[in-house]
Design a binder for this molecule. Structure first.
Ligand SMILES: [Zn+2]
Length: 301
């Protein structure tokens, strides 16, 4: 295994403050050098974090697609500059190259502790399978959504997002902080085992594959005219079938799910996704059989 340096990013969204605290605490207690692997702990969006904002000009976690365009138009956009800086510094060809990036986020939705993957990369599958095996974590596999691209971890050859909720933006919650600390130390243990060829993969990986998103009901002016239905709120990962309630509008009308295909919702009512016109995203379940190749890929980067 050729992993030498791992990037742990918190505060990619400046108002998600619990992972920043967890990392600060963790970094003080644990040596940054661990069994020959060096850990870099950084704040993704330090200016937004100082102000308590999600971002300054653009969502940093959608800004990594612009990286090849070092054109002048983008120079004034803080997050695009920041994304370029992070890749120049810590990218696989950067001055302090990191082979793996772990990006820590919180959500206002009742998701519990989960893993988000972008696309079907074997190295990501391997890390996700090890964590799923250890903690039974649900995995949201995000792919083929043209409206949502430019995620941070996609700019590294291996990387995943840890997403924990529910917690409000800019609100410290010790339970959430402790969960991040546990996940970071477990990841370090698993990567250490990988390096020493002590890993046995579980037989399979269960993923929830992104299918699309559902907007709130809206009035003629385009304003939101409907709340997440009381039977739906906080029910992330729980299956929805035809006829189940989704929203309750201002006239008391229930908006139901009308299609035949069963779906599993995530990010129900996520506050930050209102601007993206997403009331919830939905997935389908898929079981993927493990391959030895998932581990073998760690031998070369
Ligand atoms: Zn976030």
């Amino acid at each position: 295994m050729t992993v030498q340096r791992i990037l742990i990013v918190s505060g990619t969204h400046g108002n998600e403050i619990n992972p920043v605290w967890a990392v600060k605490k963790f970094n003080r207690e644990e040596n940054s050098l661990n069994h020959g692997i060096e850990y870099e702990y950084i704040i993704g969006n330090p200016v937004a974090y100082e102000k308590g904002y999600r971002y300054i000009d653009l969502d940093l976690n959608r800004s990594f697609k612009e990286i090849k365009n070092h054109d002048q138009d983008n120079n004034s956009v803080y997050e695009i500059n920041r994304a370029n800086f992070l890749v120049d510094q810590f990218g696989i060809h950067g001055s302090k190259p990191c082979q793996i990036a772990i990006d820590l986020h919180t959500t206002t939705a009742n998701m519990g502790t989960s893993i988000v993957l972008y696309g079907r990369r074997y190295k990501d599958f391997c890390l996700a399978a090890l964590l799923q095996n250890k903690f039974g974590l649900p995995i949201y596999l995000h792919e083929k959504d043209k409206a949502q691209t430019g995620f941070l971890v996609e700019s590294w050859p291996c990387g995943l997002v840890i997403e924990i909720g529910a917690v409000a933006q800019n609100f410290y919650d010790l339970k959430i902080i402790d969960r991040f600390s546990l996940i970071i130390s477990s990841l370090r243990e698993e990567i250490d085992k990988l390096k020493n060829n002590l890993i046995e993969l579980p037989k399979e990986l269960v993923v929830h594959v992104h299918q699309g998103s559902i907007d709130y009901p809206r009035d003629e002016k385009g304003d939101i005219d409907g709340l997440i239905h009381p039977e739906r709120i906080n029910q992330d990962w729980k299956m929805i079938k035809k006829g189940d309630p989704l929203f309750l509008d201002s006239q008391g009308i229930i908006h139901k799910y009308e299609r035949d295909q069963m779906i599993w919702p995530v990010f129900i009512g996520e506050v930050a996704y209102k601007e993206k016109k997403i009331a919830m995203s939905y997935t389908k379940k898929e079981v993927i059989c493990s391959k030895k190749q998932w581990i073998q890929e760690f031998e070369s980067f």
